[in-house]
Design a protein around this ligand. Structure first.
Ligand code: CUA
Length: 352
């Protein structure tokens, strides 16, 4: 028979591996580090339920240990112990205590469910954002300001952001772990509502949390919380007239090839992500982290390099995405792609 320590020895590499892999978990995707009102409330519920469960577990284990020791067969004991059938007092106690615990959990949970399900869409102080999920990117429209952006959702700190969430294609789920739990984008045309609020300025990572296709894992976005002043400046610079490439030849290619799907300012179409001020965003296509971004610490490249990398092979970064290949499908030359990458990288908004 295998000795116990041999079994443990065999498990050691597995243990080491799981510890190592858990270090790969992305900190900014943790619900255990809440940064917003909703996430904080949800975290409090997690703590409450775990505390109750730990206390129950300790009490049950302690009683069990006491019974094992107290009523074990003593040396030389032969007779059958006294048999007990039912104990009214005990039964009342172990029915009442769980009932009380479930009631406590229930009251707090229901309270939070209603608080977080509150509809702030018509609240004058809230900022309204319409979120539309697409394969594999996110669109953010601000109906009160008449602006639309993609991938980076800019919000003012300390304000309630009322969200309306829908999808343009399949089922996705909107999730910013440090700000709030998940909300699905339904395929039956119904609109889901939710709200978020960031307590501090910062950049929060969001992710699609519903398997939606080949590049589901790359369907990220950022929520960038800035001061109210910066937010207003951002709105203003989003509304400014569109900037087009200076070189007329590049501008012509951009207008005929890119603007048939994408938009800048008031020009172009709504099929692809809106590109207004894309040079100021945290990422290119949500996964190529820009060195200029404020929330990106590691593995970054200058925005122009990311832009070129994306435009030269969009399928490499997000397999199955719906953007035509600029070179193969649209016939752009390398020089044209590089010029457009430079133009987009330089297309920045001044708001910070
Ligand atoms: Cu969209 Cu997963």
């Amino acid at each position: 028979m295998m000795k116990p320590w041999k079994g443990i020895k065999r498990l050691l590499p597995l243990l080491a591996m799981s510890l190592l892999l858990s270090a790969c978990g992305r900190e900014d995707l943790s619900v255990l580090r809440p940064q917003g009102t909703v996430a904080q409330g949800q975290f409090d519920l997690i703590k409450l339920s775990i505390s109750i469960m730990v206390v129950v577990m300790l009490v049950v284990f302690a009683i069990a240990a006491y019974v094992w020791i107290r009523f074990r067969r003593k040396p030389g004991q032969q007779e059958v112990p006294k048999q007990v059938e039912g104990n009214f007092k005990l039964e009342v106690v172990w029915t009442a205590i769980p009932l009380v615990l479930v009631l406590i959990l229930g009251v707090f949970t229901v309270q939070k469910i209603f608080a977080f399900g509150e509809d702030y869409w018509n609240d004058k102080n809230a900022v309204r954002v319409q979120v539309t999920a697409h394969l594999f990117w996110w669109e953010f429209s601000y109906p009160d300001y008449g602006i639309t952006t993609a991938q980076d959702m800019i919000i003012p700190t300390g304000k309630k952001i009322a969200l309306e969430l829908k999808t343009a294609d399949v089922l996705h789920s909107f999730w910013v772990p440090s700000l709030a739990g998940k909300t699905d984008t339904n395929t039956d045309g119904t609109v889901n509502k939710a709200w978020i609020e960031a307590e501090q300025e910062g950049v929060y990572l969001g992710k699609c949390a519903e398997l939606c296709g080949q590049s589901h894992a790359f369907m990220e976005f950022k929520v960038k919380s800035v001061s109210e002043e910066s937010f207003n400046a951002w709105v203003e610079s989003m509304k400014a007239p569109a900037v087009l490439p200076e070189d007329p030849a590049v501008a012509e290619v951009f207008r005929t090839q890119c603007l048939s799907c994408h938009a800048v300012g008031d020009q172009g179409g709504p099929i692809g992500p809106n590109l207004t001020g894309i040079g100021s965003r945290e990422t290119v296509a949500s996964i190529l982290l820009n060195a200029e971004g404020s929330g990106n610490a590691v593995d970054t490249r200058p925005v122009q390099e990311n832009m070129e990398a994306w435009l030269k092979d969009p399928q490499k970064w997000k397999p199955g995405n719906r953007m035509p290949d600029p070179k193969e499908d649209l016939g752009l030359t390398d020089a044209e792609i590089e010029a457009i990458a430079k133009y987009l990288a330089d297309y920045k908004l001044s708001y910070e």
